[in-house]
Every structure is written in structure tokens, then in C-alpha cells.
Design a binder for this molecule. Structure first.
Ligand SMILES: *Cc1c(COP(=O)(O)O)cnc(C)c1O
Length: 431
């Protein structure tokens, strides 16, 4: 009998993976809490929440039970012309929690579709507002260098031109890219906005932490200045909270660290507690109103087969219920505190640089080789982590953790211990 590994090698094409000479994949047969278990029974502590999605731990019994009950009741229904309890209840419960007074939820399937929807909403907003005999002047989209908003074409277009997008550059639409704000560049960026603002339709940003770009963090005070200037010119602001949403940055949403709020918020990843795929694009009244019209051409012609899938919405409701329990909010605050303590402890150590933390996220760079995604030191760090039963997946030389909120003190200790070993190895030059 062929093993699962061998069968996989014959039929599967894995994401973000060079198939040639790839490392053997690890068969996972079950999960519980912060742990994943291999077919050999080895436990792996999931320190990155399985690509930033798992909030309450794997195979959570409450989410599983809710899903089971919903699956017996209604598993799927077309969402044009029909509605159902899980979709409405989720929107009702989520909207008041969003910091931007969002009034409407548009469902889709994942993070990339949630940003695609936001970009299309923003562009069509200006198109809808332009009288038939006039030309629409607002057609520039503004985005950050080093950003990541997903893998579909619109999402790629507003993402950094990087190794991820290299093969498609000539097919991506033009975007005006600016650096994330620093004290040195903020004045020049504000000048640019003053000059070009009347042509800018929308600005899309990952608030405070750029995820796939290497967990790069930038200050709320400077983002506030930017958002203020953009909103003075009515530019639609789109916060891509696909990664930062649902407590990762210490607040329920990263935008809560900010004074100025976006018109649109994109959510996915932790939305269902990491149980299944679901995306949300939540917009305020201003955006929504531009689509409510006697003119059929002003309809938002967008939707996916599985829009608002009842099972996905049910998982999201169950996850939200768990997230809002005092114990979970205390856990987020506790991990935040532990991260701050650990960051202080390692801040001036040799072998690493740029130690940073926000909420439950902690990251640093290994001071070796180039600061880039293709730096293959990350693979060696993953291997080293596995020997300590901790699963890490650095982005190039950026090592980070983003643990599930159910991590116990012993589990967090194990993760920090593993990071300490990596730092020691790096300092000794033996990574
Ligand atoms: C992961 C991510 C996306 C894409 O989400 P998918 O579900 O992988 O399509 C978009 N934006 C941000 C900020 C992300 O971290």
C-alpha cells in the first residue's frame, strides 16, 4: 500500500510550493487545541495558526457541533433572491462590532475575493456617481509598497510587485504605490495626495501590519495622518483586515487602534475561526447608497456560487461567540503581554534584528543573507522548529508567531523556547 505521502506526490500540486525537489509533505490526521497530529502520532504546536486562520484551536467541539446541526438543516442555497438565518444573524452581530459604522455585509469566499469585491465596489462607486455625459476622473487606486491583498488578478494588481506577481506584471492594472508612512516620508506622501487626490478613487491598506510582506509594522499615528488627508478628498479607504481582524493585533480589529476609519473593511481568515473559507466586504452607508438606484446599470453585478454559504456563516457565528467570551479576550490580552515581555528580552540579542510585536503577533529578522522571501533560511528554521515540535513557517528570513488564542502558558513557553533556540543558532552562525 502506498503511503499518503506517496499518493500525494502523484496527484497534488501544493500552494506556494516549488514542486521540484520539494520537501516531503507531512500528513496530518487530526487536530486538537493548538496541536496538529501527524500520521505517526507526533504533535506539532501550530504557532502560526495554520496560515493565520485558526483562532480557538483545531477541531473545536462547539464549532463542530454547530456545523453538524446546520448541515442537517440547510447546507447551501442560492443567495440571490433567497436568504437564511446564519447569513443575516452574522451580519447583525458583526456590523456593530466593526469600528467604522459599516452598514452592509457583502459575502464572498476568501480573502482575495473580499478585496476584489472592495476594489470593484470602490471603482464602481465613482462610475455610478458620474453622469452619463461626463467622464469619471477618479480612476487611480492607491496602495502601499510591500502590500499583499491576495492572489486573484485585482488583488494581485493592488499588491506589491514582487516574486509572487512577477510572471503577470504586464497583465496587472496600474496602481499608484507609496511607501508605508515614516517620519521621513510622510510630508512627501501628503504632498502627493494633495496634488493627485482628485483623481484617486480608493486607497487599500493593511492597517498597521503588512502580513505576507513580512509582518512589517508601521505606526498608527502616521497612518492616521494619511487617512485624514485622503478622507479630506473623499477618497474611499479600504482596510484589508483579512489577517489583522478578529483580535490578532490585540484589538478586535486593527482599525480600532486608529482615529480615522475606512469606508470598507475586508475580512476572512479568522472569520470562521479558521474552520472554513468565507469572506466579507463590509461597507458604510455612503458606498451602499451609490448602488441603490432605478438605473439597472448601477447594480453591483458580482457574486459567487457559494455566496454566504450557510455552513460557513454558521462557523463564523460560532467563532464569534467564542471570541467574545471574556476568557478569549483575556487570552488575547495575555498573549499580547507575553509577546511584549519576550520582545524586550530578545530585543538586543545578536543574530537577529528588527524585533517587533503588536498584539498576538511577534516577528523579527534573522540577520543573515538577504531580507527577502526567497532567502531559504526559512526552510531550515521550519526544520529546526519541527525537531522541537513547534510549527513555524518564516517568510524568507522573517521569523514570526501568530498563535491560536487557546495557547496555554506551557504552550507559549514552548514556542518562545523554540524561538530562543533559533536566535542562539543564528548568533552562533550555525543556522
Ligand atoms: C491572506 C490575505 C489575503 C488573501 O486571503 P486568501 O483567503 O488567502 O485569498 C488578503 N489580504 C491579506 C491582508 C491577507 O493576509
Amino acid at each position: 500500500m502506498a503511503t499518503l505521502k506517496e499518493r500525494d506526490e502523484l496527484v497534488i500540486w501544493h500552494p506556494f510550493t516549488q514542486q521540484k525537489n520539494r520537501l516531503p509533505v507531512i500528513p496530518i490526521v487530526r487536530g486538537k487545541g493548538s496541536w496538529l497530529y501527524t500520521d505517526e502520532g507526533t504533535g506539532l504546536l501550530d504557532a502560526i495558526s495554520s496560515w493565520w486562520v485558526t483562532l480557538h484551536g483545531h477541531a473545536h467541539p462547539y464549532i463542530a457541533e454547530q456545523l453538524y446541526q446546520q448541515a442537517l438543516q440547510l447546507e447551501q442555497v442560492i443567495f440571490a433572491g433567497f436568504t437564511h438565518e446564519p447569513a443575516v444573524a452574522l451580519a447583525e452581530q458583526l456590523l456593530p462590532l466593526l469600528p467604522n459604522a459599516a452598514k452592509r455585509v457583502f459575502y464572498s469566499d476568501n480573502g482575495s475575493t473580499s478585496t476584489e469585491v472592495a476594489i470593484k465596489m470602490a471603482l464602481q462607486y465613482w462610475w455610478n456617481l458620474t453622469p452619463a455625459d461626463a467622464t469619471n476622473e477618479r480612476n487611480i487606486i492607491l496602495a502601499f509598497n510591500n502590500s499583499y491583498h491576495g492572489d486573484t488578478f485585482g488583488a494581485m494588481s493592488v499588491s506589491d510587485r514582487s516574486v509572487f506577481t512577477l510572471a503577470f506584471h504586464e497583465k496587472l492594472f496600474d496602481v499608484l504605490f507609496i511607501d508605508t508612512p515614516t517620519n521621513d516620508n510622510i510630508a512627501a506622501t501628503l504632498d502627493l495626495i494633495a496634488e493627485k487626490g482628485h483623481q484617486i478613487a480608493a486607497f487599500i491598506y493593511e492597517p498597521l501590519v503588512q502580513g505576507a510582506g513580512g509582518l512589517k509594522m508601521y505606526p498608527a499615528s502616521l497612518l492616521n495622518q494619511l487617512l485624514y488627508a485622503l478622507q479630506q478628498q473623499q477618497i474611499i479607504c479600504i482596510a484589508d483586515e483579512v489577517m489583522t481582524g478578529f483580535g490578532r493585533t490585540g484589538q478586535l480589529f486593527a482599525s480600532q487602534h486608529l482615529t480615522y476609519q475606512p469606508d470598507i473593511i475586508c475580512l476572512s481568515k479568522g472569520l470562521t475561526g479558521g474552520t472554513m473559507a468565507l469572506g466579507i466586504t463590509a461597507c458604510n452607508q455612503r458606498i451602499y447608497d451609490a448602488f441603490v438606484n432605478d438605473d439597472t446599470y448601477k447594480t453591483f453585478f458580482h457574486g459567487h456560487s457559494f455566496t454566504a454559504n450557510p455552513l460557513a456563516c454558521t462557523a463564523a457565528l460560532a467563532s464569534l461567540h467564542l471570541l467574545l467570551q471574556p476568557e478569549c479576550l483575556q487570552q488575547i490580552a495575555w498573549i499580547t503581554e507575553q509577546n511584549q515581555l519576550f520582545a524586550q528580552q530578545i530585543d538586543s540579542l545578536d543574530g537577529i534584528k528588527q524585533v517587533r510585536t503588536l498584539g498576538t503577533i511577534l516577528a523579527f529578522e534573522i540577520d543573515k543573507g538577504k531580507d527577502e522571501y526567497l532567502n531559504n533560511i526559512g526552510t531550515r528554521i521550519t526544520q529546526l522548529g519541527l525537531t522541537q515540535q513547534v510549527y513555524l513557517r518564516p517568510l524568507g528570513n522573517t521569523v514570526y508567531i501568530m498563535p491560536p488564542y487557546c495557547c496555554t502558558p506551557t504552550e507559549m513557553q514552548r514556542i518562545y523556547q523554540c524561538l530562543q533556540t533559533i536566535i542562539d543558532y543564528s548568533a552562533k552562525g550555525i543556522l
